[in-house]
Design a protein. Structure first.
Length: 276
């Protein structure tokens, strides 16, 4: 039976994604962990394949509109895909169901959420400060920097499912300041499809994907994205960014508190068993 709460959550996240353009992982993964008590590894794995499905549609639209800068996409992917595979191998060695992997995912997720919030709030200030300097970079340096950004995104997304939205867009804006915004967004979405697909398949191989949950989330999110995209032009962008960034910071704080509580309980349990 379909849980209406999951459908409603998918719809809500879809609306916000449509209105802000921020990747669903920034919203969906913490929601699954904090509200529904899903194990962090399962939340990340499920959200990665959910993101691959939702971003594939956006990538087709941008491709049809010729608003994808394929050289940037290829450079990002040449760094992110190998980095994702290596990261997944490390997670496999850690055992995703273990306490160490749980802590790693939660802490990296907190970092990624703070990074996303910072990108949302300070994107204009960052662009104003560094844009002219980045415009003077030669093509070779820009290419190498794009690959390194891809590596960072590959690690972040594979562990937390967050990073391919606001963070990726901000990086592309700095590296390709002459590209129109539509091409920046289209390129970021096009790169996110293979990255989230590879990382999602890796998590599936590790047993951390809930297919039924992903299907229910898609039922709610797809119409939500359409409605959110329609409403985006009717709500001030600055207000949206500030509200969303504030939510992400609060969620990151809640995850940190939960992780500290979990670690304290684990230490107390180990100390108690040793004492006996």
């Amino acid at each position: 039976m379909i849980d209406p709460l999951y459908v409603a959550s998918g719809f809500g996240v879809g609306v916000l994604v449509g209105m802000t353009g921020v990747g669903g992982g920034s919203l969906m993964t913490p929601l699954l962990i904090l509200l529904f008590g899903i194990h962090p590894a399962t939340a990340v794995g499920t959200d990665l394949l959910y993101a691959a499905a939702t971003k594939a549609g956006g990538s087709v639209v941008h491709g049809w509109a010729r608003s994808i800068h394929w050289p940037a996409v290829m450079r990002l992917a040449s760094g992110s895909i190998p980095a994702s595979i290596v990261t997944l191998l490390v997670l496999w060695q850690l055992d995703l169901n273990g306490a160490s992997a749980r802590s790693l995912i939660n802490l990296v997720l907190c970092f990624a959420l703070i990074l996303t919030a910072t990108s949302l709030i300070f994107r204009k200030a960052i662009m104003d400060r560094y844009r002219r300097r980045m415009e003077r970079l030669d093509a070779s340096t820009t290419g190498s920097a794009t690959v390194m950004v891809g590596v960072a995104l590959g690690v972040l997304v594979s562990i937390s499912s967050v990073g391919a939205g606001a963070v990726g867009v901000t990086a592309l804006l700095l590296l390709y300041p002459r590209l129109p915004m539509a091409s920046i967004v289209g390129s970021d979405i096009a790169h996110a499809v293979p990255l989230t697909l590879v990382a999602g398949i890796g998590h599936w191989a590790l047993g951390s994907v809930d297919w039924a949950l992903m299907g229910v989330l898609l039922i709610g999110s797809l119409p939500g994205i359409v409605i959110g995209s329609y409403c985006a032009v009717r709500v001030p962008e600055t207000v949206l960014r500030l509200v969303l960034a504030s939510v992400l910071v609060l969620v990151a704080g809640k995850l940190v508190v939960n992780e500290l509580h979990f670690s304290t309980e684990s230490v107390a349990a180990v100390t108690g068993s040793t004492a006996r």
